[in-house]
Write a new protein. Structure first.
Length: 215
């Protein structure tokens, strides 16, 4: 199963991608996670990406495409993958289509997560991410058992620097301008399925699994 999770920052793509990855045994490829790892390791790519991420801008297409190409070519992706946060521009989407066509495969579904803007802001402002593993929490909606400590690995929970109010506004604007055209792009290819992302994590998960099973 080859899936793309599409939607505004904070709609819950990463949270649901982790669960779908575990349930179906296919890897989650999050360009945000890959870029943050490169930033943390201070690689040349990470240093270049950081300036864009700190402003809430998109990292240049060529940088992100290179990362995704490498990951999707790995053996673990032979049975499928979930792309979380990629593509985010029409050129990225065109490149993905071409990359998959070269392998003789294509996407199965693009899941478009929808929640009201106010909910996005409250989810992002309370998000806490593990500094050591991909786990993500929310101070109110998805709290860890012990405040500030990751349930999975005991790592310290931190607030992402791009979850500050001003950067969130900018990320939402960038999403509207550069990523939302992909809704129509994938609708025209008959790949888009819409998911109501509101409600508890488990309820969203139930709707998502039903939707993927029906497809
Ligand atoms: P990225 O990390 O991809 O950020 P994003 O798309 O802005 O998405 P988020 O990670 O903010 O949100 P999410 O939808 O995954 O929500 P989550 O599950 O965490 O990208 C960061 C930056 O990297 C970009 O700004 C850009 O600079 C760069 N970048 C990345 N990809 C790129 C690309 N392709 N091209 C160019 N640049 C790129 O949930 C959010 C919160 O809500 C959490 O606290 C969670 O616990 C909580 N939550 C989740 N579900 C629920 C629920 N049902 N109810 C209540 N709370 C919930």
């Amino acid at each position: 199963m080859r899936l793309v999770f599409l939607g505004a920052p904070g709609v819950g793509k990463g949270t649901q991608a982790e669960m779908v990855s575990a349930k179906y045994g296919i890897p989650k490829i999050s360009t945000g996670d890959l870029l943050r790892a490169a930033v943390a390791q201070k690689t040349p790519l990470g240093l270049e990406a950081k300036q864009f991420m700190d402003r809430g801008d998109l990292v240049p297409d060529k940088v992100v495409i290179g990362l995704v190409e490498e990951k999707t070519n790995a053996a673990e992706c032979a049975k499928g993958f979930i792309l979380d946060g990629f593509p985010r521009t029409v050129p990225q989407a065109d490149t993905l289509t071409g990359m998959l066509a070269k392998k003789g495969v294509s996407l199965d579904r693009v899941v478009y997560f929808v929640i009201p803007r106010e909910e996005v802001i409250s989810r992002l402002s309370g998000r806490r991410s593990c500094s050591n593993c991909p786990a993500v929490y929310h101070v109110e909606f998805v709290p860890p058992k012990q405040e500030g400590v990751c349930d999975d690995c005991g790592g310290t929970l931190i607030q992402r620097s791009d979850d500050q109010k001003e950067t969130v506004e900018s990320r939402l604007n960038v999403y509207e301008e550069q990523t939302s055209p992909l809704i129509q792009y994938y609708r025209e290819k008959n790949l888009l399925v819409e998911l109501n992302g509101s409600g508890a994590v488990e309820d969203v998960q139930g709707r998502l699994v039903a939707l993927l099973s029906a497809s």
